[in-house]
Design a binder for this molecule. Structure first.
Ligand SMILES: NC(=[NH2+])NCCC[C@H](N)C(=O)O
Ligand SMILES: [Mn+2]
Ligand SMILES: [Mn+2]
Length: 297
């Protein structure tokens, strides 16, 4: 399936606990992204990077909320332009807080009728009340489903929340207690890492694609590279040991491509300052290519 792709970089790290994910878009591009996608036959337009404001208001449990909200507003506008032109948005993070803006745009375009597959070591389902850290990259999945924090749900666009019935978390292994309760209460499906051990990624991702894809206009994939084990992805801010193998991640990406349901995607949390010879940027670039149909044979 060949597509007209728009690459949208987002130089944001205000949602994370440490700086550096703002250089993620450069690291992923340097990992051979444009060349690889063009080799596959896609038409690629690189729209460059969205910048984050340098200053803004903050609260103890919503750190840098003003900058995060403003970045999301910019991401929303940019992704909306891409969609209006009938092109497929590939958003390069940046910390994961930017998914609030990208998914808001895709969801709005489809009046909320999309599914989301969230591949991550974390739930990213916190609110101002439940967070232990105040870091807003731990909140966007909750926000796109309309569960807060408010400044991440609504940033001037008129929210069209995604129905949790079509939302799936894959690879979770570090979900906070209150966060887990909020996810269960909302009814989001979670396939934690031990379920992947038992059932295998093939079966899990097939089920995830059904939940996100059946009865919706399509699937948004939000891929946080910390889902993958830190031996393979050292370049990310919140590492959690014993994660997905790169092959499991590729299997998921390839299955999503084969489903032909993918309508947009984010690749986030690459932090080149923490990386080793751009190992994580290269893997992120290759996973994007796989999700967009690159075959190995
Ligand atoms: N996108 C991420 N890396 N999120 C990490 C979140 C970690 C933790 N649950 C928090 O809320 O602070
Ligand atoms: Mn994460
Ligand atoms: Mn995340």
């Amino acid at each position: 399936m060949l597509r007209k792709l728009d690459l949208i970089g987002v130089q944001s790290d205000w949602g994370a606990s440490q700086r550096g994910a703002s250089m993620g878009p450069a690291a992923i591009r340097f990992g051979g992204l444009v060349e690889g996608l063009e080799r596959q036959g896609h038409h690629v337009r690189d729209r460059g990077d969205i910048l984050a404001p340098r200053t803004g208001a903050s609260r103890e449990k919503l750190l840098h909320y003003e900058q995060v909200s403003e970045v999301n507003r910019r991401v929303y506008l940019s992704v909306t332009e891409t969609l209006e032109e009938g092109r497929f948005p590939v958003i390069l993070g940046g910390d994961h807080s930017i998914a609030a803006g990208s998914i808001a745009a895709v969801s709005k375009r489809h009046s909320g009728n999309i599914g989301v597959i969230w591949i991550d070591a974390h739930g990213d389902w916190n609110s101002e009340e439940s967070t232990c850290t105040g870091n807003m990259h731990g909140m966007p999945f909750s926000a796109v489903c309309g569960y807060g924090p408010d400044c991440m749900v609504e940033f001037g666009q008129g929210a069209a929340p995604v129905n949790v019935a079509h939302c799936v978390q894959v690879g979770g292994r570090d979900i906070d207690d209150l966060e887990r309760q909020r996810m269960a209460q909302a009814g989001v499906t979670v396939f934690p890492i031990n379920m992947i051990d038992k059932l295998g990624m093939g079966a899990v991702i097939e089920r995830a694609i059904q939940i996100a894809g059946e009865g919706t206009d399509g699937i948004h994939l939000s891929f946080d590279v910390d889902a993958i084990t830190p031996e393979a992805v050292p370049g990310t801010g919140v590492i959690v040991y014993n994660g997905l193998t790169p092959r499991e991640a590729f299997l998921a990406a390839e299955a999503i491509a084969e489903s032909r349901k993918l309508i947009s995607m984010d690749m986030v949390e690459v932090n080149p300052f923490l990386d080793t010879a751009n190992k994580s940027g290269i893997l992120a670039s290759e996973l994007i290519q796989s999700a967009l149909g690159k075959s190995v044979y």
